[in-house]
Design a protein around this ligand. Sequence first.
Ligand code: GLA
Length: 385
Amino acid sequence: MTGPATTHRDAFGSDPEGVWSAPGRVNLIGEHTDYNDGLVLPIALRQRTRAAVSPRTDDLLRLHSVQAGETVEVDLGTVGPGTPAGWTAYVAGVLWALREDGFAVRGMDVTVDSDVPVGAGLSSSAALECAVGAAASDLFGLDLLGSDEARARLARACVRAENEVAGAATGGMDQSAALLCREGSALLLDCRTGETEHVPFDLAATGHVLLVTDTRASHALNDGQYEKRRRACEAAASELGVGSLREVDAEGLDAALDRLSSDEPRARTRHVVTEIARVSATVSALRAGDLDEVGRLFRASHASLRDDYEVSCDELDVSVEAAEGAGALGARMTGGGFGGSSVALLPEGSVEAARDAVAAAFAARGWEAPRSFAVTAGPAASRDT
Ligand code: GLA
């Protein structure tokens, strides 16, 4: 064994029982819709977080991170809302949430290695949670990987870890993507019903590329802004007398906006309702092979996130504009926003020009150089060895 398995032996003195991995994701469209019971359309990345794991018979969790170069110990009995702090919350939190769900889970020795960029809005935290959750499922006989229903249950435990232990009020898109996506497809997830559809997503077949640009602008989901948006949506739904903004459809949008008391909830609601409609439109356009239309929907999504939802930032806007100026059919921020990454839909022949244009635009502003890389739709969490 190589990678985290070798490090595991050095860190803990024995071979791991196995290695499990889970992918990061990019969301094609459907941003800030998951916690509004809406639709999302992520793909799993080829970049993955790998966890080499041995089960323990006590309640000790020993964690070694190749990237952090440190080993940390956590007594599972001390884990709960807000504890532990830092990256270990994403591991300890999953074991805690599985226990809360009634599963007999014990401690583990875990070595984590990842090529999912951290802080780039590509769900490195969900990849970590889901890799560890997958390992716990196999090692403690929980059978949470065998069907989509079981995987959805594991995803919910990972969301609980993130919401309650790590203290980030995120929706469930990232964990669902890490556990339910399929190679070569985007995952259409209805967050109201949990229903999924796998939408073929093979841009290379038509000579196109999805280019991710990590702006390196800082991105954190537990600093208050993300949660503020979520609470604003809940308040708008309650003012409208509906359970969630999903219940407002595109036809009823104007009437709903008239009933809201001020501009801010109006703008947030307009984003959510139009964005959910754009997900359905994107799925139709992908199925019809109409990438020009997908590009138009990307542009409209970005404008809505920038102007109505106010979660973009200068680096994201500049990366989107530069890519579009260099031939992208459309581009948009992806993920939570406030930094992180954008995606651009490009004809193969424009990729270098777009990369150069984004790099030049950043250099002209004195910003740190962004990182751009092409992505394709990879598989979900699995046991590797
Ligand atoms: C983050 C959250 C997701 C989702 C996106 C925005 O990635 O973790 O649940 O809300 O932001 O679409």
